[in-house]
Design a protein. Structure first.
Length: 195
């Protein structure tokens, strides 16, 4: 079984794929650059990110997809763009799952604070998350550019938070968009530790 975690953004989207059968983690990110046409910049970058994420889903065929829900506590000028892009990603992921009739996929969106609490503390800062991920030795940070580290580390954090969580806690704190009941309770649902 494969678990896909996504830290989406219209600029950089980090991802992590965990194969529970062979205990292997793959990770990376999709990066967009500013385009010449300012009026179409957001659209062009969103289109690229959606295309890459959909291709990843079709290539990996995950049983579980975990994505951060939009943060309504964010501040700054990009707040609306961040919330809008998150909902757009959700829409296209669900659309792909339905169109390809991937009946064995569960899709969770989990609020940022809940993910951080499941990982360690609800008030963890970016630097602390990155440091904890480094200590676990799950990824090679030297293979990433400095602006990619946050997003890949977050996607790894989502995986660890998911694996540490209990069924009741997970479903209570998540927006469970697609849910396959028979996965819960089976011994092959997922492994509690990363091998």
């Amino acid at each position: 079984m494969k678990i896909l975690t996504l830290d989406t953004s219209y600029t950089i989207s980090g991802f992590c794929v965990y194969d529970t059968e062979i205990c292997k983690i793959d990770y990376g990110c999709f990066v967009t650059k500013k385009t010449e046409n300012k009026a179409l910049d957001y659209y062009s970058r969103m289109k690229f990110q959606i295309k890459e994420i959909i291709e990843l889903i079709n290539q990996e065929r995950p049983s579980i997809i975990i994505m951060e829900a939009p943060s309504f506590f964010s501040k700054g000028n990009t707040f609306l763009q961040t919330v809008a892009s998150n909902l757009i990603f959700q829409f296209f992921i669900i659309k792909e799952i339905e169109e390809k009739e991937m009946t064995d996929v569960e899709f969770y969106t989990i609020p940022p604070r809940s993910l951080k609490k499941m990982f360690g503390s609800g008030k963890l800062e970016k630097k602390e998350i990155i440091e904890k991920i480094k200590q676990l030795g799950l990824i090679n940070f030297n293979s990433l550019k400095s602006d990619e580290i946050d997003d890949v580390a977050d996607s790894i954090m989502y995986l660890i938070a998911f694996l540490k969580s209990e069924k009741k806690e997970l479903t209570k704190k998540s927006n469970v968009i697609l849910y396959k009941k028979e996965n819960f309770g089976s011994k092959d649902f997922y492994k509690k530790k990363i091998c």
